[in-house]
Design a protein around this ligand. Structure first.
Ligand code: PAF
Length: 275
């Protein structure tokens, strides 16, 4: 695996790769979920590029940018073993040199749910991914379904600005007890870790109730009862899979989405309900 930390050298390394090229953007602290994205990348491309960049723009002033888990050596070893050809690992100055001031805002979808709770989050995600796509110019962009709203927001960026890239969404990788794999799971205490799978169980309960013909109100009540009392619920809802508009009755393709706090750690999860 070849590594570059600046834009011009990474472009040269990527130009030398056999095409098509797939790109897996990450913020590092890699777990098996990220590696499943690399595996999916290999199914769609010959050259594989990954990035590790903890993007300061997507953290709010009171959020955990400084504390976000970082494990560069571990990430390097995992990506090399997974068969990544080129790793782009810039620092903040390479991505945002003095004078950088552009932000990309895709509109209302970025201001509901996660975007309402974390006001500037999606502007940060969209801006960095827009820049990474311009640098890497991949044929395929590989994203995880775990962050369903992020994937919907980025697909809108790609549609609206006409990036010539195919997007592949990879199903959420889960621990044996159902907990969605996330770098933030590292912050959970043993008690919080034991309680965390109830978020997934609650979403399964909600999905199954909806599929059995129950109303959204009843399905949400089912989910509320399953979520551990130790968690603080942010939301459970049903949304249109493409627009993230709230649905009052199930109309697939849709996501059942949920977010809850286990102590200071916020966890997100979702289930896809196909047509
Ligand atoms: O999902 C992530 O890890 C990040 O939001 C992304 C897409 C790499 C942008 O920083």
């Amino acid at each position: 695996m070849q590594v570059a930390t600046a834009i011009a050298p990474v472009r040269e390394l990527i130009r030398a790769l056999p095409g098509p090229v797939a790109f897996v953007p990450t913020m590092g602290a890699l777990h098996d979920g990220h590696l499943s994205l690399v595996d999916a990348a290999r199914e769609h491309a010959t050259g594989i590029v990954a990035s590790v960049f903890v993007n300061p723009l997507q953290f709010g002033p009171t959020e955990d940018y400084a504390k976000y888990p970082r494990d560069y050596d571990g990430d390097f070893a995992k990506l090399a073993a997974a068969g990544v050809d080129v790793l782009f690992a810039p620092d903040a100055t390479a991505m945002y040199p003095t004078g950088f001031s552009t932000t990309v805002d895709i509109g209302p979808m970025a201001h509901v749910f996660e975007g309402e709770i974390r006001k500037t989050h999606f502007a940060g995600v969209v801006t960095v991914v827009a820049k990474l796509l311009n640098i890497v110019q991949p044929d395929v962009l590989v994203l995880g379904q775990k962050d369903a709203q992020q994937t919907a927001v980025l697909r809108k960026l790609i549609r609206d600005l006409g990036y010539p890239v195919d997007v592949q969404i990879v199903p959420t990788s889960r621990e044996p007890d159902g907990l969605a794999r996330s770098s933030r799971n590292a912050f959970l205490t043993p008690e919080q870790r034991a309680a965390a799978p109830t978020l997934y169980a609650a979403l399964v309960g909600m999905r199954d109730a909806l599929l059995a013909g129950k109303s959204k109100y009843d399905a949400t009540e089912t989910a509320d009862k399953i979520l551990t009392e130790h968690a603080l619920l942010d939301y459970f809802d049903i949304v249109d899979a493409d627009t993230f508009e709230v649905l009052e009755t199930l109309r697939p393709p849709a996501f059942v989405i949920g977010a809850a706090r286990f102590g200071p750690t916020r966890l997100l999860d979702n289930l896809w309900i196909p047509d």
